[in-house]
Design a protein around this ligand. Structure first.
Ligand code: 9MG
Length: 279
């Protein structure tokens, strides 16, 4: 059994877990900022929790390709309001999607249980801020920045490059005082990758798992799904589920999604079938 402690809550990660996405940005990736008022954010969080989400991932800075950079105070204002309100109302694990040290520190003080950093704690002070919280961290691979990452990304050896980068970030995290058992890895689908890079990395999920950490996958409604199916954002649910089902079978256990209920049901059935193998 692989139990991870997220602040005041623990989760057995031998079961698949669903992380509901809550963007509190005016320009978020696929909901166009519809949840950018507190009331809307709370309604969305409530719905995702009723549908069975294990985490609510709150982000105040859009990381979609070409997104504008957000100032520190603006990010603090957006994220802390939502963290505080959700913690007061719901019994769940709050994940903060941030690369900003002060947002990590202040969210932790308000009860957040996980730091989800698409920049793998590379910003100045992020390693120290995350380590001081004692919380688990998700280290994601990104090539470039959200502003330039999709400008003809290329790799010498994709899987090795991603593994090497994550190994370096694990080493830096552990050196800063983060427990190795508290590190989750993420290949960073769509972050400086072509369609072939994305499908290859998903296919090699076992290689990330072999590094000895749980793996989180974020493909929900992304361009990768649109490119394969040639459908707009609003029609990417089935494709997203296909990608997530494929990585569940390869050992990924945390799925960052917009559409919680379909994933909770899908993963419950898949897990029960897998469990019967050991019965
Ligand atoms: C914030 N965010 C957007 N996409 C993501 C992904 O694929 N993984 C993680 N960990 N965070 C993401």
């Amino acid at each position: 059994m692989s139990v991870m402690v997220f602040g005041d809550k623990s989760l057995d990660l031998s079961h698949p877990r669903v992380m509901g996405i809550l963007n509190v940005t005016p320009d978020s990736f696929s909901d166009g900022g519809r949840h950018n008022t507190l009331d809307q954010a709370l309604r969305q969080a409530e719905r995702m929790l009723e549908e069975g989400a294990d985490f609510i991932d709150i982000g105040g800075e859009s990381t979609r390709p070409g997104a504008a950079v957000v100032g520190e105070q603006e990010e603090l204002d957006r994220v802390l309001l939502a963290v505080e309100a959700i913690k007061a109302r719901f019994d769940t694990i709050i994940s903060v999607d941030t690369s900003t040290p002060s947002v990590m520190t202040e969210s932790y003080k308000l009860g957040a249980g996980l730091i989800n950093d698409v920049r793998a704690l590379e910003r100045d002070g992020a390693l120290q801020a995350a380590a001081a919280t004692g919380l688990p961290v998700c280290l994601m691979h990104m090539r470039g920045t959200p502003q330039d990452m999709q400008n003809a990304p290329s790799y010498t050896d994709l899987v090795e490059d991603v593994e090497r980068y994550l190994a370096e970030r694990i080493e830096a995290s552990v050196a800063a005082g983060i427990k190795a058992d508290n590190i989750i890895l993420d290949p960073g689908i769509g972050f400086g990758k072509t369609l072939v890079h994305n499908t290859t990395l998903l296919n090699y999920t076992e290689r990330l798992l072999a590094m000895g950490h749980e793996v989180l996958i974020g493909v929900s409604r992304k361009t990768m799904i649109g490119d394969i199916l040639n459908v707009p954002v609003a029609e990417r649910l089935y494709g997203t589920m296909g990608a997530n089902a494929s990585t569940y079978m390869k050992g990924a256990r945390i799925f960052r999604v917009h559409d919680v209920k379909p994933h909770v049901d899908m993963l419950k059935v898949m897990h029960q079938i897998e469990e019967s193998r050991n019965a």
